[in-house]
Design a binder for this molecule. Structure first.
Ligand SMILES: CC(=O)SCCNC(=O)CCNC(=O)[C@H](O)C(C)(C)COP(=O)(O)OP(=O)(O)OC[C@H]1O[C@@H](n2cnc3c(N)ncnc32)[C@H](O)[C@@H]1OP(=O)(O)O
Length: 403
């Protein structure tokens, strides 16, 4: 497919793009009401369509967002989503053409990184995206899961209806969200669609208020009750989001969720892999990790800017060769040290593709693990331990925001 078959879509075409995307995921076209709640996500200029013989056959879009990186900086970032190609046009280069146009657009906007959640892990590496954060899904047996006596506690919980939640949550999230690497901003449009199309009718919003009377945490959940006449009659609380400003707010939300009446299991998706949840419980086996999965995929669109923006641990500097076949201006050698990052002409000690660099970027995985997996070529073995120390983080990166 040639480049000129891809162009930004006019607002009147956004609904078509939404239809193409949903049908690629085997979902029905949106109802008028669903579409109304989705439109806020469609930002003019950031929605692209691929055309064949005048027909829209593929699409991608991005939300303007930001990404917290190690060291405390928050970078402007494109949150890429809505990617889909019509089933009768797949494997003909439509996605490749869309990715090319979109990454050029991200670069022209001066956003050093793009990010996405991948439907399949084998698609986006070729465009330079690397798996950069992971999350875990936990399942708690409420008949065994009790917080121990010394677990943080305080404040109170109240429930909100969705209309009230729409007024409170965007500001609350902005105020309490931590600077943990991988954290992204959520626009008002994101919240509108989260509380609208992406929520079930039964969604409940719980807010935690601290001892000082200030709201400092929330949880979104839905109860799924199995009919006791046809099924086992158990009830599962499915929790999609828990955010607390501190340990008291977070533990209080867990305590509340585990105490909701008639519930047998609390299942929570998208939690940080290093969350000390088991440490809050009297019986750590009441919490089962049902899966650990890739979360945010990151693309370093402007490698020098992205590398310079993050902080590094204390170690000897290392010269890393980066190979970027899709955005070749990023290719080259970089001296990375605690004192900063510069392009250089020195012999590289390590070589890697740009998607591998993206996996290192937020600190989710070390250079030694990637070298052991054959993803980093080691020219100077002493550089591996130094690079591990440079990129290492004490906290696991975490996004936990679907988009
Ligand atoms: C961020 C998000 O929105 S995630 C949601 C993504 N959307 C979906 O998963 C919906 C269903 N799938 C689709 O719509 C399409 O199959 C897409 C978007 C995944 C791929 O679109 P296509 O136009 O077929 O991709 P295209 O032909 O440009 O392929 C580019 C390359 O990726 C490879 N590729 C594309 N899709 C896949 C896949 N599902 N599995 C493995 N490889 C793939 C192609 O083989 C090709 O490889 P190459 O680099 O060796 O040439």
């Amino acid at each position: 497919m040639s480049e000129h078959d891809v162009r930004p879509l006019a607002e009147a075409e956004f609904r078509d793009a939404n239809r193409v995307f949903l049908s690629s995921l085997h979902r029905p076209a949106p109802t008028d009401q669903q579409w109304e709640r989705s439109t806020a996500r469609y930002e003019p200029g950031r929605v692209f369509g691929a055309f064949r013989s005048g027909e829209l056959v593929g699409t991608t879009m991005a939300l303007g967002s930001s990404l917290a990186v190690p060291g405390g900086a928050v970078l402007p970032a494109s949150a890429v989503t809505g990617v889909g190609v019509r089933a009768d046009h797949t494997r003909r280069g439509v996605l490749r053409a869309l990715m090319r146009t979109q990454l050029d657009d991200v670069r022209d906007r001066g956003e050093p990184v793009a990010m996405l959640h991948a439907s399949e892990a084998v698609i986006y590496g070729r465009f330079g995206y690397g798996e950069a954060t992971r999350t875990r899904t936990v399942s708690l047996d409420t008949h065994r899961a009790t917080l121990h006596a010394d677990a943080p506690s305080g404040g109170s919980i109240r429930l909100l209806d969705k209309a009230e939640a729409g007024k409170i949550l965007p500001e609350l999230y902005r105020r309490i969200v931590s600077s943990r690497p991988g954290t992204i901003s959520r626009s008002d449009g994101w919240w509108e669609s989260r509380l609208g199309v992406f929520s079930g009718e039964q969604m409940v919003v719980a807010i935690h208020t601290g001892e000082d009377g200030v709201d400092d945490g929330f949880a979104l959940y839905e109860a799924k009750m199995n009919d006791y006449r046809f099924d086992d009659g158990t009830c599962e609380l499915q929790v999609g989001d828990i955010r607390g400003a501190d340990a008291v707010a977070t533990a209080s939300l867990w305590r509340f969720l585990l105490g909701v009446d008639l519930v047998d299991r609390v299942v929570v998706i998208d939690r940080p892999v290093d969350e000390p949840l088991e440490r809050l419980l009297t019986d750590r086996r009441a919490c089962r990790v049902s899966s650990v999965q890739d979360d945010l995929w990151v693309r370093l669109v402007d490698v020098p800017a992205a590398l310079a923006a993050r902080g590094y641990g204390t170690a000897e500097p290392v010269v890393v060769e980066v190979r970027d076949g899709f955005l070749p201006e990023n290719s080259g050698s970089y001296r990375i040290g605690a004192d900063g990052v510069q392009r250089c002409a020195a012999q590289p000690q390590l070589s890697m593709d740009v998607d591998v660099l993206a996996s290192l970027y937020l600190g989710d995985v070390g250079v030694s693990a990637l070298a052991a997996g054959g993803r980093v070529a080691v020219h100077d073995p002493a550089a591996v331990a130094e690079a591990d120390r440079l990129f290492a983080m004490t906290e696991a990166p975490w996004c936990g925001t679907g988009f």
